[in-house]
Design a protein around this ligand. Structure first.
Ligand code: NAP
Ligand code: MG
Length: 484
């Protein structure tokens, strides 16, 4: 392919774009990782026109041929997985082990949706009318705008793009600005797999202008968004007003509840993983621990020891547990929460400040606050950093009430050996994802993913739920006149 900077891919070719971006390593911001093209308004229009033009042939193509291209893309991503994982770690800052896991997940997502194409694409019903053939068809929506965040820059785009393409839609994708190389790798794999020009297009964009222009464009039939609540809700309002199908996956304030009979070592290990891995930058990250009864002292002591023992540093070093935050902006946002906690006089169990390292870097100490007042912003707002608020509750019912006493409802965990208590938690907690004896993060491709309350638009992603979003149901009443 041409020597043009990558970042804008329209109608099967890389374009120069309207502007440039220099990506840097969040562990060492002086290290520049590369230059990328940024889309302008004309690129948005051209990408939508290319996706529209490619649609009739793509949707008419046999589904099993679309699946074959997804299988080829899976093989390519798998073959390049180490290169993609290293690029992801260098630009996003999650540890190399986690980046490898994310790329593996991406391969699995491509294979899963290739397989989904073979599942039934409609249903046949008995009719009230003699001789009538009554059935449903699932039809593609058309041109889908996909808008994604930087925290899973390979897996999240693939779990939107793969089902959109599998079910016969075409795609214009606007990824987050801080992770350009991950986006370029995804598109290179799809290009090399042989997806026809225009079927999938990439618009790396200079923050909101490109994203806003894309989601507001009349040529968009549906929007799938993952990101922050303010941006997501604004997109939803505008899309709903235009009658455009929209799906949002937003933030979380995910609790673990530790009951008196819990395996404390397990609860501590999973809470630390959920709160601190990926530097707390997961929508499903654990950000509250609610401890019930006698176990509180033992749990808190072991938790603080584990958190103080975390190795923070260069995420490419396999011995490191916690890397930097993705950007100076995220570091400043987390720092503002730490300042607020200090002003409020919260009790610090571990960390509580920024971490200075020789190469600079946007590091924050893994932080635990104890005895947090449930009304404190630290207990209510999404922080998106390695920060955990610990609270105590007298019993399970009080713990469930505390768990539910926030705007969000994405994920929640309970640690107990008591099946009855586990089920009371499962039934009582407001969360789209509920874990018993495992961390709040982590999902599997074949099951629905999404949140309750402020955490989503109440639709679900992945698994069979993806077919429900990326298709429209047509009900067909087929009567044939008698032969002449
Ligand atoms: P964000 O600021 O909302 O950005 C998400 C995407 O929207 C980016 O591609 C961004 O582009 C774009 N964007 C920004 N303003 C826009 C506008 N006005 N119109 C259209 N697009 C616009 O979120 P983020 O900081 O990347 O990600 C962190 C957030 O994502 C957290 O709140 C986290 O909880 C959430 N998240 C949720 C899930 C889930 O599945 N529930 C998963 C992961 C993350 P730029 O980068 O160019 O600004
Ligand atoms: Mg943002």
């Amino acid at each position: 392919m041409s020597g043009a900077l990558r970042g804008v891919y329209v109608d099967g070719a890389w374009r120069p774009g309207a502007d440039e971006l220099v990506a840097v390593n969040p562990a060492r911001p002086a290290e520049q990782l590369g230059r990328y093209a940024l889309a302008g308004a004309a690129d948005v229009d051209d990408a939508l026109a290319a996706a529209r033009a490619a649609l009739p042939a793509w949707r008419a193509r046999p589904g099993l041929e679309r699946a074959e291209l997804l299988h080829r893309a899976a093989a390519i991503v798998e073959q390049r997985s180490e290169q993609i994982a290293v690029a992801l770690t260098r630009e996003e800052g999650k540890t190399i082990g986690e980046a490898r896991g994310e790329v593996r997940r991406g391969v699995g997502v491509l294979r899963y949706f290739a397989g989904e194409v073979s599942q039934p694409a409609g249903e046949v019903y008995q009719s009230a009318v003699e001789g009538r053939f009554l059935f449903t068809l699932q039809e593609p929506l058309g041109v889908v705008a996909v808008v994604t965040p930087w925290n899973f820059p390979v897996a999240i785009p693939l779990w939107k793009i793969a089902p959109a393409l599998a079910f016969g839609n075409t795609v214009v994708w606007k990824p987050a600005t801080p992770t350009p190389q991950s986006s370029v790798h995804v598109i290179e794999a799809l290009h090399d797999a042989g997806f026809p020009p225009g079927v999938v297009n990439l618009l790396l964009g200079g923050r909101s202008p490109v994203g806003q222009a894309l989601v507001d464009a009349p040529g968009v039939d549906a929007i799938s968004f993952t990101g922050s609540n303010p941006v997501g809700r604004a997109i939803e309002r505008a899309a709903t007003a235009r009658g455009v199908k929209v799906q949002l996956e937003l933030g979380g304030k995910n609790p673990v509840v530790v009951l008196p009979d819990a395996d404390v070592a397990l609860a501590v290990r999973e809470t630390v993983r959920g709160a601190m891995l990926s530097t707390g930058q997961k929508c499903t990250a654990t950000s509250r621990a609610i401890v019930v009864g006698d176990v509180a002292d033992a749990f808190e002591q072991a938790l603080l020891e584990a958190v103080r023992g975390l190795r923070v540093g260069d995420p490419l070093d396999p011995a490191v547990d916690v890397g930097p935050l993705v950007s100076a902006g995220q570091r400043d946002a987390v720092a503002a929460h730490l300042d607020q906690a200090r002003a409020e006089g919260l009790r610090v169990g571990a960390g509580g400040g920024l971490l200075e390292r020789p190469d600079g870097g946007w590091f924050v100490e893994p932080t635990v606050y104890l005895d947090v007042d449930p009304r404190s912003p630290i207990a209510r707002e999404e922080i998106f950093g390695p920060v955990l608020a610990v609270m105590r509750a007298p019993d399970l019912d009080a713990a469930i009430a505390l768990a539910n006493d926030v705007d969000f409802g994405l994920s929640a965990s309970v640690f107990t050996r008591d099946v009855e208590a586990a089920f009371r938690f499962v039934r009582g907690v407001d969360a789209g994802l509920v874990h018993v004896n495992s961390e709040t993060t982590g999902s599997e491709t074949q099951v629905p993913f999404g949140g309750m309350k402020a955490s989503s638009s109440h639709s679900r992603e992945q698994g069979r739920a993806a077919r429900a979003f990326y298709t429209a149901t047509k009900t067909v009443f087929l009567d044939m006149p008698a032969a002449a």
